[in-house]
Design a protein around this ligand. Structure first.
Ligand code: WTA
Length: 627
């Protein structure tokens, strides 16, 4: 008998495999990468274009420019809404909204289209047209979804800023993006607490001349008194009440859909640019195959549309698939620890796409919460944002009945779509995100770009272009190039992983100075830049420290100015400072005030040494250490 421990293997039942759209992954995958143009060309047939593409992909390996669907014209909003209404699904539910304070609202495809057209009309009146930029600073409500779709309909470019960001974080994004219109709400709600968004938006936009108008969407019933340059949504809705239909504006393969800011290795977040048509193809295909969407499904993704997961897998991918989407505002523990299980029961959710931190939190609350709810409607589960550890995988699997497939999906803001994931028809290994999605060539390589054998840890790259890849970094093409030159000829993800002998990926974390706190992506440099704006802080270093619940937590080390050492700032004061500068998600969990930081002779902070010390691990090669 072989006694070596094998990772547990979950094999879907034969009926699930038979019903699946891709029953034979291996054959299907091999064909898809042998001839990507025909694989993606086939997907294309489900979508509607006013002009068909003349070429699926035009790839320039010198400039790393990938133009998908060359010659095509179409519109993602038209495909997400009008197409379904035309096909007879005006009365199918598109969006169910569950508010933080127990509110509920339901939009059919017909109603969502109607509201989107009105919103687009309003944006038009405020001067927004094709190519114009609009920043959305909204809570996760239907208005947020409608505003995104309305921008897309006009061929305008949206940039959604997560509503938990601080005034300073919003301001730096506004400064870089220079929108013509800012859309915000009077407030949002989180754990029953009012979040004053309009106040934050007003402070953030001060003196920014690009912003011609601020559109204020009511989240509360109470009317706000408006300042000059602000318009209230209900008044404008009244004005456009009798306006006729508004046709979607056809866009071409190079026209941007959105810019989403995300953290990198420098102090400044980067604006990741996605284009309408390619992004549409990638998000449509991945949502369809990974979540196996059918007309009877109710699909619940726990993300916030303020992040890429919400863009691709709450708004665009599911609506392109004519799904019924549940959008929830708030957190998994409010009003009680059973929030998600209650929503699943109440709305007969069949697909639940969650995050490892959420699952580990639910695990802490205990089995009774899921056990007390009827979860029999569930059929497929998913996870994203950080590695899903085997314990959390097994717990989720068990409390949902022990039979459901779990799609541990790996991807990034830059990739726009899921790149590595199981399919409902493929085997799964807890702790692994499975294998590449059809048409995608993910690889684990060494520093020279050579593929590594099974069992060896290396850097994750993508070898060939994919349709929903980002097209550039807003106003920073050099930063875009860096993704493709780090490992020559391939897209550098910044993640490390190993594969096993069956080709299954096991993701381990970042190789750069990006940390993932409860799935939120933060740059250590961003946190450090915020810290040194504190008058008493001279130098700072931030690291991600492993944490059982949140994956990583933020630990910071600060050196004080000599004059500040007599009256050292309280640790709480330093935490609060980062919170004000960046927002709650970036608040450090631990603060150490130190005399000096380990640095190289050229003055670079050696975060690796701080992290090793923190974890009681060997400090590695210290030959470059200054002192
Ligand atoms: C991490 C989120 C392990 C990874 C969609 C990546 C994951 C970063 C997984 C991107 C997963 C995402 N397993 N790690 N299934 N999914 N990550 O841009 O480090 O917010 O590089 O996009 O999240 O974060 P982003």
């Amino acid at each position: 008998m072989n006694s070596s421990p094998k990772p547990s293997l979950f094999v879907p039942d034969p009926e699930t495999i038979r019903r699946s759209r891709i029953p034979d992954y291996d054959g299907f995958y091999a064909a898809s990468v042998a001839d990507p143009a025909s694989f993606w060309g086939n997907v294309l047939k489900d979508l509607h274009f006013t002009k068909a593409p003349t070429k699926i992909l035009d790839w320039n390996p010198k400039s790393f420019e990938a133009r998908w669907l060359v010659g095509a014209e179409g519109n993602i909003c038209e495909n997400a809404l009008d197409r379904h209404v035309r096909d007879g699904f005006a009365n199918k539910v598109a969006l169910i909204w569950a508010g933080d304070r127990g509110e509920e609202d339901i939009f059919t495809y017909g109603r969502l289209l109607d509201q989107t057209v009105r919103f687009a009309r309003i944006l038009q009146r405020l001067g927004v047209g094709k190519g114009d930029r609009v920043t959305l600073f909204l809570p996760p409500t239907p208005a947020q979804v409608i505003a995104m779709l309305a921008c897309a309909r006009l061929g305008a470019i949206h940039s959604v800023v997560f509503s938990g960001f601080s005034q300073a974080a919003l301001r730096s994004r506004l400064e870089d993006f220079e929108p013509k219109v800012l859309v915000t709400a009077d407030c949002g709600y989180r754990r029953g607490k009012r979040i004053p968004l309009l106040e934050t938006a007003r402070a953030a936009r001060k003196g920014l001349s690009s912003i011609a108008a601020t559109l204020v969407v009511p989240r509360d019933a109470s009317p706000e008194s408006l300042e000059s340059g602000e318009r209230a949504l209900p008044d404008l809705m009244e004005e456009v009440r009798f306006d006729g239909p508004l046709s979607p504006v056809p866009v071409s393969c190079d026209d941007p859909l959105f810019v989403l800011y995300t953290s990198g290795t420098t102090g400044k977040p980067k604006g990741v640019v996605h284009v309408q048509l390619g992004y549409m193809l990638g998000t449509y295909a991945t949502t369809r195959h990974i979540f196996d969407l059918r007309d009877s499904d109710v699909y619940f993704c726990v993300a916030d549309p303020g992040w890429i997961t919400g863009h691709s897998y709450i708004v665009y991918g599911p609506l392109l698939n004519r799904a019924t989407v549940l959008l929830s505002e708030g957190t998994p523990e409010y009003p009680d620890a059973g929030r998600h299980w209650s929503l699943i029961e109440r709305h007969r959710v069949s697909i639940y796409y969650s995050t490892p931190t959420t699952i580990r939190l639910q695990m802490r609350f205990g089995d009774s919460w899921p056990a007390n709810r009827d979860l029999s409607s569930l059929r497929i589960l998913g996870s994203v944002g950080e590695p899903l550890n085997p314990e959390a995988w097994h717990w989720l699997h068990r409390v949902t009945g022990g039979k459901l497939p779990i799609m541990d999906t790996w991807w990034q803001t830059e990739t726009g779509m899921i790149m590595v994931s199981p399919l409902p028809s493929t085997p799964e290994k807890p702790g692994s995100a499975g294998r590449s999605f059809p048409g995608v060539v993910a690889d684990v390589v060494d520093a020279s770009g050579k593929s590594l054998p099974p069992g060896e840890t290396g850097t994750v790259v993508i070898r060939t272009p994919w349709p929903s890849m980002f097209r550039t970094v807003f106003r920073d093409p050099e930063r875009y190039r860096k993704y493709w030159t780090e490992i020559p000829g391939a897209f550098f993800s910044g993640d490390s992983a190993r594969r096993d002998e069956d080709g299954f990926f096991f993701f381990l974390g970042r190789v750069d100075d990006v940390i993932k706190v409860a799935g939120h992506r933060l740059g250590t440099a961003e946190i450090e830049s915020a810290l040194i704006t504190h008058p008493k802080v001279a130098e700072a270093a931030a690291i991600g420290k492993p944490d059982e619940l949140r994956g990583e937590i933020i630990k910071v080390f600060v050196v004080l100015h000599p004059h500040a050492t007599d009256t050292p700032p309280a640790h709480e004061e330093i935490k609060k400072h980062v919170r004000t500068e960046l927002g709650g998600i970036a608040e450090p969990h631990e603060v150490d005030i130190v005399i000096s930081l380990p640095k190289t002779r050229s003055g670079k902070i050696m975060r690796r040494v701080l992290k090793a010390r923190e974890m009681g691990l060997p400090e590695g090669d210290l030959s470059t250490l200054e002192d």
